[in-house]
Design a protein around this ligand. Structure first.
Ligand SMILES: [Zn+2]
Length: 263
C-alpha cells in the first residue's frame, strides 16, 4: 500500500520506553506510565471454571476414536470464546499503545528483550506472554517506519536497569524486588523503571551525538548531528594528529576545531 510520507508530531523527541510486567511501559519523557492490563490473569478464574466444565464432559479420544459429545463441544466453545476475548482485548490495548507512541515520538528506544528466552522461564512465561512484549516491539518497528520516526533497540547486554541515569555508575547487582534505584555514587533516588527508561533515552542521545554504531532501524541517521560531548566519537576516531604538530586540534563533526587536550 502506498502511504503519504508522514512525520511524528514531535520529530525531535527521543523517548526511552521500559517495558515491564508490573507496569507495562514507563517513559523517559515524563508522560504517565501505562498500566499492565493483564487480561489473561484477570480471566484466569473464569477460564479455570470453564475448563473444569469441559473436562467433566465426554471429549474426543484419538486412541479409541470416540467422538466428543454435544455438551463437550458446547463447553469447549464457551471456553474458547473467553480465550479469544482475552486475545482481542490485548491486541486492542497494544495497538493503541504503539500507535500513540509511533505517532508522537521521532525516536523510540526500547530494550532488546530476549522474549523467547524469558518465556522459557516457567515462573515468568505467562506474565510475559500476557503482557505481549514481543508484539509491542514488532508493532513499534513497523509503525515508526510508517509514521516517519525510528525505533532504536538497545543491545541485549545494555545494563539499562543497573546504570545510574544521573551519573552513569553501574551497579554490580540489582534485585528484581528493588523497585527504587538508589545510587551509591551520586545519591540519586529514582523509580527503577523510570531510571531504565532514562538510560535508554540517553543511549540514543549519545549515539547520535557520537555517530557511534548504527542501529538496524537507524532511519534519519544521516541527519546533521550536533558536536559530540565527551567520549563518543573520540574513541572511534582512528587517527590522531602527530603529537605536537598542531596541539591535537582535529576537525569536529560540525567542521569547527576542537582542542581535545584542554577539554
Ligand atoms: Zn549516580
Amino acid at each position: 500500500m502506498e502511504r503519504a510520507a508522514a512525520t511524528p508530531s514531535r520529530p525531535e523527541a527521543v523517548v526511552g520506553v521500559d517495558l515491564g510486567v508490573k507496569t507495562l511501559a514507563v517513559y523517559s519523557d515524563g508522560r504517565p506510565p501505562t498500566a499492565n492490563p493483564r487480561y489473561l490473569a484477570a480471566a484466569s478464574r473464569k477460564l479455570r471454571r470453564l475448563s473444569r466444565a469441559v473436562s467433566r464432559k465426554q471429549g474426543p479420544d484419538r486412541r479409541s476414536g470416540q467422538q466428543p459429545s454435544g455438551r463437550w463441544r458446547k463447553a469447549d466453545a464457551a471456553r474458547n470464546r473467553v480465550h479469544h476475548r482475552v486475545a482481542a482485548l490485548r491486541r486492542d490495548a497494544i495497538h493503541k499503545l504503539t500507535t500513540t507512541l509511533a505517532g508522537e515520538c521521532g525516536t523510540l528506544v526500547v530494550e532488546d528483550l530476549h522474549v523467547a528466552g524469558m518465556v522459557r522461564n516457567r515462573r515468568l512465561a505467562r506474565a510475559i506472554s500476557d503482557a505481549g512484549f514481543g508484539e509491542i516491539r514488532r508493532q513499534l518497528a513497523y509503525k515508526t517506519e510508517w509514521k516517519g520516526g525510528r525505533l532504536v533497540v538497545a543491545g541485549r547486554w545494555f545494563a539499562s536497569s543497573k546504570t545510574c541515569s544521573g551519573c552513569g555508575a553501574v551497579k554490580a547487582k540489582l534485585a528484581l524486588s528493588e523497585r527504587t534505584y538508589t545510587c551509591t555514587a551520586c545519591g540519586l533516588i529514582v523509580d527503577r523503571d523510570l531510571n531504565a527508561a532514562l538510560n535508554l533515552a540517553s543511549l540514543v542521545k549519545q549515539t547520535v551525538a557520537g555517530s557511534g554504531p548504527e542501529t538496524p532501524n537507524g532511519r534519519g541517521a544521516d541527519r546533521k548531528t550536533p558536536p559530540a560531548g565527551a567520549g563518543g566519537w573520540e574513541t572511534s576516531t582512528p587517527h590522531r594528529a602527530p603529537p605536537g604538530s598542531d596541539g591535537d586540534l582535529r576537525p569536529a563533526m560540525d567542521g569547527s576545531l576542537r582542542n581535545t587536550e584542554t577539554q
